[in-house]
Design a protein around this ligand. Sequence first.
Ligand SMILES: [Cu+2]
Length: 460
Amino acid sequence: MLSRRGFIGSAAVLASASVVSGRVEAANIPEAPTTTTNTMQPPLAPQSGPAYQPVATLNGWTLPWRQNGDWKEFHLVAEPVVREFAPGMKVHLWGYNGQSPGPTIEVVEGDKVRIFVTNKLPEHTTVHWHGILLPNGMEGVGGLTQPHIKPGKTFVYEFVMRKSGTFMYHPHADEMVQMAMGMMGLFIVHPRDEKLHRVDRDFVFLMASYDIDPGAYLPKVNTMTDFNLWTWNSRVFPGIDSLAVRQGDRVRVRIGNLSMTTHPIHMHGHDFAVTGTDGGWVPESARWPEVTIDVPVGAMRAFEFVADEPGDWAIHCHKSHHTMNAMGHAVKNFIGVQKRDLVTGIRRIVSPDYMAMGSRGMAEMGAMEMQLPDNTLPMMSGYGQFGPLEMGGMFSVVKVREGLGANDYKDPGWYQHPPGTVAYEVEGPTPPPARAEGAPNTPTNGPKVVKPRNGGHDHH
Ligand SMILES: [Cu+2]
């Protein structure tokens, strides 16, 4: 049992004594819990020590630990896993304890943490504890600070949590491949003082990107920029859990970015304060208001707000291609082109399945039942109470409701709007759409622009 007195009074003595005992105990490897479920597991409330508010890992879970003397012991197993990105698509990834991302590790400032890492991958690995202050030899850079963990071997990491905050873990061995294969997890350290940075709900997720050909099960690991699936905790909309919030709750969202580009995460309906990075808590006097927070590559951001606005509020990456699933970027802009007139001819030449699309934008694809290869998600999908959402990728909904139970994270369904508070249609004459003079006419583009007969610059 961890005691506050022991930590504050004799931390140095305990640390040196337990390094010795650690070597002895290392042979006694704790069991490694595993899960293959895609739905959020109930947050793991602390059984001893400070009564912190446990984090809610979207579509994920928190790794149970074993108390062994002064040490909290965890066991991570690096291994091949199958992750469903959304119903209709499963991906062969590498992860930890049955899932990608791996389970969230959750501890308290001052804890002595011992993490066993077993490698069941076909190649060597290490685990780097991103952002955590620890002895150099414990930080997991293969070749630099430790020998690699060979397949079949188990290594032990031991360190004392010197500060609270929002961190992550990932390999520092064959990184390009191992991170492209989904190896990553969250590492949350709660303050020892229960009242510090206290919130009622604390959501966490990691952002990643994958390049998976339609119909394929394996990401292309060499892709540098042209990814086609943008994930939160290795899930895409509509497969991402909604964030159920009780009206009036103080809410924190912690986001890490292990993809290859930045993600400006935008939340509707509230403004929030940026309260933390993987470097620590932002001092109260330095917090700034936002509705969008750009999360740089290899970084974490935490923001907080009071959920005082009931409703279904979108939360999403503001790069619009990141709220879509795999698509062909080479598609031309056909807005205004009457492809319908050409389709019979094209079908004769190209394929009887050819479809005329894009003449009025791409929204029609949100509701279309298209023939897709097996194990492929539509470019955009998902339905709300008013129709198709035309989204994919990095998109979810913050559902603020009156009277939810504390720690009730179940999807509360769609928001019941009070009468007279939904945008509505009116009828009446509207002006014709604008069109540049001289641009070729198509019947869909409103009134004909009449060209002057002997219009000055036309020569024949
Ligand atoms: Cu993005």
